[in-house]
Design a protein around this ligand. Structure first.
Ligand SMILES: Nc1nc2c(c(=O)[nH]1)N[C@H]1C(S)=C(S)[C@@H](COP(=O)(O)OP(=O)(O)OC[C@H]3O[C@@H](n4cnc5c(=O)[nH]c(N)nc54)[C@H](O)[C@@H]3O)O[C@H]1N2
Ligand SMILES: Nc1nc2c(c(=O)[nH]1)N[C@H]1C(S)=C(S)[C@@H](COP(=O)(O)OP(=O)(O)OC[C@H]3O[C@@H](n4cnc5c(=O)[nH]c(N)nc54)[C@H](O)[C@@H]3O)O[C@H]1N2
Ligand SMILES: [Mo]
Length: 750
């Protein structure tokens, strides 16, 4: 082999090899943890993928998903042209059409539906991809529809609501400067691998760690105190922390006196939740609860690392997280270095330490003049605190036509399997007159659309991103779009013109929009274009500590609210009645749940503890037939929701659907490790392999969601929702397991 051949074989970039390294970003996972990508391109094709070493957030790392980026970009499932449906909905029968035909038809149909039924009858939806959301929201509001909805109807918003109700805005853990961190439901090894290095560095530097999780995660094994709780009992545990902290005088008296609302009521509430009582509810020891509470309250500073999902994926989720978040104010750890800091987002939900006009760009202010959003009547706190409609109410509104009929759905990345009772969800959606789905892949959900539009990946488009240390990147396409695919934002710009929405900025395209959003930061597109790998934002810095000292907290009282004014007002219960402490020796759920009887159920102004609606405690009769607690959705590192099952490399790491089961539960059901079993609930059944493991508690079963052949969400009822947020109770219901009479592949039907 000559030198050139060797260099070609080694994929060495250079003029002789014709291989060029282009900087990009892997947008497969969460905007907070996406890695910088070096894409090696030859003759317009990506031939190699590596992490960007200079990227200050990812330092050259890539996970299994990013490493499989070529398989993602060049997947045979990519949609190559716009498609028009010719067969029945779901049949997958389509014909290719041109972009002009597709966009003209969409514009014509949407405008006709708007004329006949009003703009609000058209829904504008975004799946997990977050980068194009500001543009979609603006587009929806331009059209005149209040019904901009996203997958955040099940992700993050409820956690944010719990913080808004308590502090007015979210406050993130400042891990870098902390002495003690509670990971209250977070498994970074699977979900935010990028953060592991800094977490490990803090632990090695002596930072104390408490982990609250029903499963033995990597981080749990490194914890000073690990509380392996029964799913959905976080609220009781947090109140017991409060009991110890208040009872032992470990709280920040000065802060509590000056800056909190409802401390006396809170004190009475926590007095009713001794560590012994919480131990009985949560399945952990009272002494561990005391040890953890003392550690958190006496380490200065200390923070709570929360997650967007598991705690609020319960029918008591918002109140449970409110009980947790109350501890931050109680100990005076709010908005201080090493505590929980209030840092507003700059771009795509990420704080960057610089101001932008992203929020203004969405035009959210126009919502006030539009009809009520989907879910507003059923979830009024949501309607008050969020700018989105609550998508979990879509099936009900389609079915009943109340308060008005829904007729069309325009979606960027629809995945019906993410919703509880997925089959019923898609059946209702199929009653709409017109469905458009924009996706990279011809997914099972896209098969139900009337028109499918091909979206391109992050390697083929421009998108703007920032990271908390003040770094920003406006990517350049590394390759031409695969097939005829286009960027979502280009599609929205083009469609906006065809619909005649009169939005010159959106029509002008992504560069003009980005320039507009960045105006307050002093950044320009011209400057960003000189740095396709990203750049430091001059002058970026996190906001000052303790901003509340001037202007207070953004709650109605201006204080940290143990007793929430919003829940008091909307829930309609007097604090005395609703805040009655959890007393008595009876099943805790009953005792506390009845306390809310004076108001809207579940809306107690104090973060009272209620049992999950389906649990061995709240449903003892049902539990005779379905004795195990079912958690749906604990993440696996190689999968990103529905997206990476189709990639050979990631799929090879976990080929079959499986559920984690404790050895004693598996033995009781007569199931051995690796055998096929049925997971059965009152709503349905799926067949998966048993993964018999000591990672789970005895009595719990954990199953990853989104498997096409074993859809976890068919095991739930569509109305199994938290009454405040409308979030589904994915992480605790009841099930039983039984051996399945299948062999090997026979169990799987795609
Ligand atoms: N690889 C991968 N990474 C992802 C995703 C993915 O699909 N795949 N999804 C992204 C998204 S959208 C999200 S929202 C995040 C979620 O990020 P994480 O919250 O870190 O991930 P999960 O695995 O959902 O849950 C974290 C832990 O919560 C525990 N848990 C379950 N129920 C309870 C409970 O009732 N109480 C407590 N205290 N803990 C509980 C689980 O056992 C799990 O170990 O991950 C993001 N990252
Ligand atoms: N049982 C259970 N269900 C859950 C959860 C759980 O924990 N348990 N978690 C919930 C949570 S937290 C979340 S975030 C959701 C995730 O919800 P989903 O939105 O279902 O997430 P994905 O499957 O990653 O993405 C949806 C679609 O978007 C497409 N897509 C990806 N990138 C782009 C893009 O740039 N443009 C366009 N147009 N399309 C794109 C993908 O190909 C995919 O078909 O699931 C929720 N559902
Ligand atoms: Mo999520």
């Amino acid at each position: 082999m000559n030198d050139l051949e060797l260099r070609l074989k080694g994929k060495v970039p250079g003029p002789d090899t014709g291989i060029e390294v282009r900087k990009s970003v892997c947008a497969i996972c969460d905007p907070g943890t996406q890695c910088g990508l070096d894409l090696y391109v030859k003759d317009g094709e990506i031939i190699k993928v590596a992490g960007t070493k200079e990227a200050p957030h990812s330092h050259g790392t890539l996970c299994s998903k990013g490493a499989a980026m070529r398989q993602y970009v060049y997947s045979p499932d990519r949609v190559m042209t716009p498609l028009r449906r010719t067969g029945a909905r779901g049949s997958g029968e389509f014909v290719p059409i041109s972009w002009d035909e597709a966009l003209d038809e969409i514009a014509m149909r949407l405008n006709a539906i708007k004329d006949e039924f009003g703009a609000e009858s058209v829904m504008f939806y975004s799946g997990y991809a977050k980068w194009a959301r500001a543009y979609l929201m603006r587009f929806a509001l331009d059209f005149g529809s209040p019904n901009y909805l996203t997958e955040s109807s099940t992700c993050a918003t409820a956690m944010i609501m719990a913080q808004q109700l308590t502090y007015g805005m979210p406050a993130a853990a400042d891990l870098k400067n902390t002495e003690c961190v509670i990971f209250w439901s977070h498994n970074p090894s699977a979900t935010k691998g990028l953060n592991l290095a800094s977490i490990n560095a803090r632990i090695e530097a002596g930072c104390k760690v408490v982990v609250v999780d029903p499963r033995v995660t990597d981080i749990a094994q490194r914890a000073d105190v690990f509380l392996q709780i029964r799913p959905g009992t976080d609220g009781a545990l947090a109140l017991a922390f409060g009991n110890v902290i208040v009872g032992e005088g470990l709280y920040d008296k000065e802060f509590v006196e000056s800056w909190t609302r409802g401390f006396d009521e809170y004190r009475r509430l926590v007095e009713g939740m001794s560590p012994e009582k919480a131990a009985g509810i949560c399945g952990v020891s009272a002494s561990d609860i005391r040890a953890a509470a003392r550690l958190y309250a006496t380490s200065k500073p200390a923070c709570i690392h929360f997650s967007a999902a598991p705690v609020v994926h319960h029918t008591n989720g918002v109140q449970n997280y409110r009980a947790v978040f109350c501890l931050i104010g109680l100990t005076g750890n709010i908005d201080i270095a090493g505590g929980n800091r209030m840092n507003p987002p700059s771009l795509v939900h990420q704080p960057g330490g610089f101001p932008t006009r992203e929020r203004e760009f969405t035009g959210a202010g126009r919502l006030a003049d539009l009809p009520e959003r989907i879910g507003s009547a059923r979830f009024p706190v949501w309607a008050r605190l969020s700018n989105e409609a609550q998508a979990c109410d879509i099936p009900r509104q389609i079915e009943t036509g109340s308060p008005y009929p829904l007729k069309a759905l325009f979606a960027l990345g629809l995945n019906h399997r993410m919703w509880p009772a997925s089959q019923k969800f898609i059946e209702q959606v199929c009653k709409l007159d017109f469905i458009v789905d924009v996706d990279l892949f011809l997914t099972d959900s896209a098969r139900y659309a009337d028109i499918v539009l091909p979206a391109c990946s992050s390697a083929e488009r421009r998108e703007i991103r920032c990271w908390p240390m003040g770094y920003v990147q406006f990517t350049q396409p590394a390759i031409e779009p695969v097939g005829e695919s286009r960027s979502d934002v280009d599609i929205l710009s083009d469609l906006s013109a065809r619909l005649g929405l009169g939005d010159e900025l959106l029509e002008a395209g992504i560069e003009a929009c980005v320039e507009w959003m960045l105006e307050p930061s002093g950044l320009t597109v011209a400057e960003l274009d000189k740095h396709p790998e990203g750049m430091w934002v001059p002058g970026a810095k996190p906001p000052a500590e303790r901003k509340y000292l001037s202007g207070g907290f953004k709650t109605p009282s201006g204080k940290v609210e143990f007793v929430s004014s919003v829940l008091e007002e909307i829930g309609g219960a007097a604090v005395g009645a609703a805040g009655a402490p959890a007393t008595g020796d009876a099943a805790a759920g009953d005792a506390v749940a009845s306390a809310g009887a004076a108001g809207r159920a579940g809306y107690e102004p104090l973060p009272s503890y209620r049992e999950p609606q389906m649990s061995p405690v709240s449903c003892p009769e049902m539990a005779k037939e379905y004795p195990l607690v079912l958690g749906l959705g604990a993440r696996l590192p190689m999968f990103q929701h529905s997206r990476t099952f189709r990639l050979p490399w990631t799929r090879a790491l976990s080929p079959d659907p499986h559920a984690d089961v404790h050895p004693r539960d598996a033995a009781a059901a007569g199931i051995a490790d690796g055998e096929w079993m049925r997971v059965v609930t009152p709503a349905g059944a799926v067949t998966v392999r048993a993964h018999v493991t000591l990672v789970t508690r005895e009595g719990d079963v954990h199953l990853y969601h989104d498997w096409p052949q074993a859809n976890a969400n068919d095991l739930l009822d569509g109305d199994y929702l938290d009454p405040i947020s409308g979030f589904p109770g994915y992480r605790s219901s009841l099930c039983r397991i039984e051996p399945a009479d299948v062999r090997g592949e026979g169990a799987c039907h795609d």
